[in-house]
Design a protein around this ligand. Structure first.
Ligand SMILES: C[S@@+](CC[C@H](N)C(=O)[O-])C[C@H]1O[C@@H](n2cnc3c(N)ncnc32)[C@H](O)[C@@H]1O
Ligand SMILES: [Zn+2]
Length: 294
């Protein structure tokens, strides 16, 4: 079986969660090639096995190199391992573990390593079925995810207007990505959880200090994000993930490719950071855990 056929077979088992992004009708897999709604809107499975369920092409600044560097740092260097541990532990504590299987949706999944790692950990911790679905508006991210992680469903889709029916997910992950809380509420089952990861003031401070003068870019404040989250969900818990890692030369190169911070920095400053032999990098993140209120 090709990757495309494998993925189409997997989607056919779960097709009832989807709705057509154009007309909202139910969708069916056709001949392990296409995903078609009852009004004949057709979306083909790609060679790599992902679906493109957007209604119009969306431009993003995220490139193939960005996601490849991010994948190497996350999957190979395990740079975000403590974050993944913490998310899996929070799911273990807060999700309804009596359920037979858990459905997890990652909104803004990028190249998919976080979702794949979280699902693997929850599977081994719970010893039960977990279905992981990742969506992102950046095709390059979803393509990398489908290439590297075949045990999940991957789709190019807008998190503000997702191709899923109401109340299908137990957990929504939203890691360093934009949110749409009305849509998240629609997608969550009763008692479903949202886990939003936002930067805290120390996040990547060494890079920000080096790349920028004392400007607004130098400070991350998450007060607004926390307030908005609070207005939409009942906050159950929040958890700070804070650590420093020493990066060697090759990892510094990867790091500078995978952070949007370089998009607005001066070339000379980026260059001098790239020439360092090693660098301490601080990760300072907050996981906000909220439960659906209505
Ligand atoms: C900083 S990246 C984080 C990616 C991933 N969560 C990670 O931590 O590696 C932000 C992601 O949000 C995605 N994104 C932005 N707007 C989106 C939207 N409307 N729908 C889906 N994804 C979106 C981007 O394409 C990008 O992959
Ligand atoms: Zn349709």
């Amino acid at each position: 079986m090709t990757k495309k056929e494998k993925s189409a077979t997997y989607v056919s088992e779960l097709e009832s969660i989807f709705k057509c992004p154009i007309c909202e009708a139910s969708m069916n897999v056709f001949e392990l090639k296409s995903f078609i709604c009852s009004n004949n809107h057709t979306f083909d499975f790609t060679k790599q096995g992902y679906l493109n369920l957007t209604t119009h092409p969306m431009k993003t600044k995220y490139s193939k190199d960005f996601f490849e560097a991010r994948r190497k740092l996350i999957a190979e260097d395990k740079f975000f391992e403590p974050l993944i541990q913490a998310i899996a532990e929070m799911i273990r504590r807060q999700a309804d573990i009596k359920k037979e299987s858990l459905w997890i949706l990652d909104t803004g999944c990028g190249e998919g390593s976080h979702l794949s790692n979280v699902c693997d950990k929850v599977r081994s911790d719970f010893g039960k079925a977990v279905t992981g679905v990742g969506i992102d508006i950046a095709k390059e991210g979803v393509l990398a995810a489908a290439k590297n992680y075949t045990h999940n469903i991957w789709a190019v889709a807008d998190l503000a207007n997702t191709p899923f029916k109401d109340k299908r997910f137990d957990v929504i992950l939203n890691i360093l990505s934009p949110s749409n809380y009305a849509e998240f509420n629609r997608l969550l089952r009763a008692d479903g959880l949202v886990m939003k990861v936002v930067p805290r003031s120390g996040y990547l401070k060494e890079i920000r200090e080096d790349l920028f003068d004392k400007t607004v870019k130098q400070d991350y404040s998450n007060t607004e994000a926390v307030d908005r989250f609070n207005e939409n969900f009942r906050i159950l818990d929040s958890f700070r993930v804070h650590y420093t890692r020493k990066l060697n030369q090759p990892s510094i190169q990867l790091f500078m490719q995978m952070t949007p911070l370089t998009w607005s920095a001066k070339k000379e400053r980026i260059q001098s950071f790239l020439e360092k032999d090693s660098a301490d990098i601080t990760v300072d993140l907050e996981i906000l855990i909220g439960r659906k209120t209505n």
